[in-house]
Design a protein around this ligand. Structure first.
Ligand code: PMP
Length: 446
């Protein structure tokens, strides 16, 4: 049998040869259920054997349209050629030394790139980690060390990870937090800006949040405010214009570190290298991960030099942080975003998705809100004639899509949002075919 390789050579087609999941995937699922902890759930139990650009191929030979890219990770496509080459070259040289024992250049190069690309006309430093949650943990650690204060402000609908601190910072109980407490103290949640539901201007929403911070926390106790520029797991909620700059201005005036969590929005995903570019301002610190390294585990904290340098030598690190294979993958990935025009491609994907659902909305008012940026788009589904969240329709769409060979992801505090996070390399044809299946799903729904 010939080996199936992923990447761009994979036929870009939706092709079902069995029901989903097919017999081989079902067999593997049974093994998974007896070998893997039940808490590690799967959204769609088709076992992957290859993936590239707009498709993933499963163990039964089905080729599914992938509208999730591993939750916004493989922006450059799965097994992107530059990434494959960089990883293969590095893996043959050395796989690990631990950067904090004996360093290597690729880590420094990634830090230099981040310092250059992340918005902010000031001197910056970066530190590398493995996961988004680990980056968030470290950003908080550094902000506390720098300000010598403890309080952390997070927002309604926020998602920051699954470690103990980041679970406490995340808003949604099920499935992320339920029964996993107690959580870290000194984490305070305030209202965000959610234009579709609160109908407030950015300035008014910021006033509500700031008033609550002043009354319930106090600037003198507050180390950092952390927010996603577009809230991901919470439902792709983009705050109204002016909300983020107002918060930042307040933070700066009160010796509070303003942190943007760009773990999901970063690296060309939104049509800019970083979503902050849409708000035209620079945070004190930015956390990144996901799209940084084409699927290799890597994350980063980048920020003002004086804040980042405040932690003592040895205070930051970890055995695997900034692994050399992941660093080489990151350099190849970043090059790919620019060389292959993927920022422009993300903007085109935004137009395709927006136009498609705007048309659908004309005849079906359950398409409540179409929002997002670039290839980070979502539709919030509501009950006809109201803004009541329609979680039943959302689950129906996800199931119908899976049965018909389209992998979609849902999100949102109310479970009523379908999100689109395709690889930026997906073709227009395949994307439109996937969206067409969603329209079909809506037709056959009650
Ligand atoms: N922050 C944000 C905004 C995220 O979207 C995520 C992951 N969905 C995380 C943090 C956590 O990242 P990881 O899963 O890599 O720990």
């Amino acid at each position: 049998m010939t080996e199936i390789l992923g990447g761009p050579s994979l036929p870009q087609e939706r092709k079902l040869v069995t029901a989903i999941p097919g017999p081989k995937s079902q067999e593997l699922l049974a093994r998974k259920n007896s070998a893997v902890a039940a808490g590690v759930g799967v959204a769609l139990p088709v076992f992957t054997v290859a993936a590239g650009d707009g498709v993933m191929v499963d163990a039964d030979g089905n080729s599914l349209i992938d509208l999730g890219s591993g939750i916004a990770v493989t922006g450059v496509g799965n097994s992107a050629p530059r990434v494959v080459k960089a990883v293969q070259d590095q893996v043959a040289k050395f796989t690990h030394t631990c950067f904090t024992v004996t360093p290597y250049e690729s880590y420094v190069k990634v830090a230099e790139k981040l310092n250059e690309l992340i918005p902010g006309d000031f001197e910056k430093r970066s530190a590398l980690f493995n996961s988004g949650a680990e980056a968030v943990e470290n950003a908080i650690k550094i902000a506390r060390h720098y300000t010598k204060k403890n309080g952390i402000v997070v927002f309604d609908h926020a998602y920051h990870g699954r470690t103990n601190l980041t679970m406490g910072m995340t808003a949604k109980n099920m499935p992320y937090k339920d029964g996993f407490g107690p959580f870290s103290s000194e984490v305070y949640r305030v209202p965000t800006s959610y234009p579709f539901r609160d109908e407030l201007s950015g300035a008014d929403a910021a006033e509500v949040a700031i008033s609550q911070i002043e009354k319930q926390v106090g600037a003198a106790n507050l180390a950092a405010i952390i927010i996603e520029p577009i809230q991901g797991e919470g439902g792709f909620i983009e705050p109204a214009a002016g909300f983020l700059p107002a918060l930042q201005e307040w933070a700066t005036a009160n010796n509070v570190v303003f942190i943007l969590d760009e773990v999901q929005t970063g690296f060309a995903r939104t049509g800019k290298m970083f979503a902050a570019e849409y708000s035209n301002f620079a945070a004190d610190m930015v956390t990144t991960a996901k799209g940084i390294a084409g699927g290799l585990p890597l994350s980063a904290v980048t920020g003002r030099a004086e804040i980042m340098d405040s932690a003592h030598a040895g205070g930051l690190g970890g055995t695997y942080t900034g692994n050399p294979i992941a660093c080489e993958a990151a350099l190849a990935t970043i090059e790919t975003y620019f060389e292959d025009g993927l920022l422009e491609r993300a903007q085109k994907i935004e137009t395709i998705i927006t136009d498609f659902f705007a048309e659908l909305q004309k005849t079906d008012d359950r398409v409540g809100d179409i929002r997002g940026r670039g290839a980070m788009m979502a539709v919030e589904f509501v009950e006809s004639g109201s803004k009541k969240p329609n979680a039943a329709l959302t689950s129906h769409i996800a199931k119908f899509c899976a049965d018909n060979g389209v992998l979609t992801l849902t999100c949102g505090t109310y479970g009523n949002v379908v999100r689109f996070l395709p690889a930026l390399t997906i073709s227009d044809e395949l994307l439109l075919e996937g969206l067409g299946v969603i329209a079909e799903a809506m037709k056959v729904s009650a």
